[in-house]
Design a protein around this ligand. Structure first.
Ligand SMILES: NC(=O)c1ccc[n+]([C@@H]2O[C@H](COP(=O)([O-])OP(=O)(O)OC[C@H]3O[C@@H](n4cnc5c(N)ncnc54)[C@H](OP(=O)(O)O)[C@@H]3O)[C@@H](O)[C@H]2O)c1
Length: 260
């Protein structure tokens, strides 16, 4: 069956470059996000350059029920999705007490509930066909929950745990669930206040093109999880070998604004 890949959060950053790199391989796509103009521009350029079929569906996945509506819209169009990339996500940065609760809950809806709904619904169809892959985008912070990214870190820890357990449940069905875990990436996600912390000084963001290329390899040929970059792999293991009290001091230092 010819591949048709759904990418959430395709209007910018990692999702945009995943779309470009998959289209380069002549793979047909369904792109979704909220920014209709950006998605239409991307669709037109991919069709022109790579002669692929590209569908655009607008969805705000922070709205309860929107993931189910997206799934139903795709079914109504009689499109058979062979692979899904759950990439859309935001990372609210700040003190838990000060950030607006409404925004924190909307982030959980986007980063967690929509990922659960889309993974469950598409995996169900894929199991019936006996083939398919779902790649969920987690984070380095799935392993290293980070101050001022508290709720965000927890959403990404959820994504990794959910993806790994789903992968085990689906073993032998022909359906593969894989997890991409990037460290810092140079996208709209990264704000100036984050960039001026010791953490970002020690671990500079990499390009979204590079992360997307690792994602494409994982999606098309990989299994399990991929922590992007050796330094991030190393950092992801720190909490296992470091006493909790020392880890808290390290996190305090890394999350502080750097001196100059
Ligand atoms: N950048 C990093 O340092 C980093 C590190 C680790 C993991 N990640 C993860 O990588 C993924 C992609 O992020 P990115 O770095 O590429 O950031 P980005 O450039 O800000 O891209 C985020 C994408 O998600 C979409 N999105 C945001 N809110 C949405 C909503 N309510 N409904 C539907 N789509 C929504 C955005 O499109 P619209 O605004 O058009 O809706 C955009 O296409 C996220 O899951 C993020 O957590 C990023």
């Amino acid at each position: 069956m010819k591949d048709l890949i759904l990418i959430t959060g395709a209007s910018s950053g990692i999702g945009y470059h995943l779309a470009v790199q998959l289209a380069e391989k002549k793979i047909d796509l369904i792109l979704t996000a909220r920014n209709e103009d950006a998605l239409n521009r991307l669709r037109n350029s991919l069709i022109e350059k790579y002669k692929v079929t590209v569908h655009v569906l607008i969805s705000d996945l922070s709205q309860p029920g929107s993931a189910v509506t997206l799934f139903n819209d795709i079914r109504e169009k009689n499109l058979t999705v062979t692979k899904v990339i759950n990439n859309a996500g935001i990372g609210l940065y700040g003190n838990v007490i000060d950030l607006p609760l409404e925004s924190q809950l909307a982030m959980i809806e986007l980063n967690v509930s929509s990922v659960v709904a889309l993974t469950k619904l598409f995996a169900g169809e894929m199991v019936k066909r006996g083939s398919g892959t779902i790649m969920n985008v987690a984070s380095l912070l799935s392993f290293l929950p980070f101050p001022y990214y508290s709720v965000y870190s927890a959403t990404k820890t959820f994504v990794l745990a959910f993806s790994e357990t789903m992968a085990a449940e689906l073993e032998g069905t022909g359906v593969n669930i894989v997890t991409l875990c990037p460290g810092p990436v140079d996208t709209n996600f990264t704000t100036d206040s984050m960039l001026s912390t010791n953490a970002y000084k020690a671990n500079r963001p990499v390009s979204p093109e590079f992360v997307a290329s690792e994602g494409v390899k994982l999606l098309l040929k990989g299994s399990g999880k991929k922590i992007v970059g050796f330094n991030n792999w190393f950092i992801s293991n720190l909490p296992r070998i470091t006493p909790d009290r020392l880890m808290i001091r390290i996190k305090k230092h890394l999350s502080s604004q750097r001196a100059s």
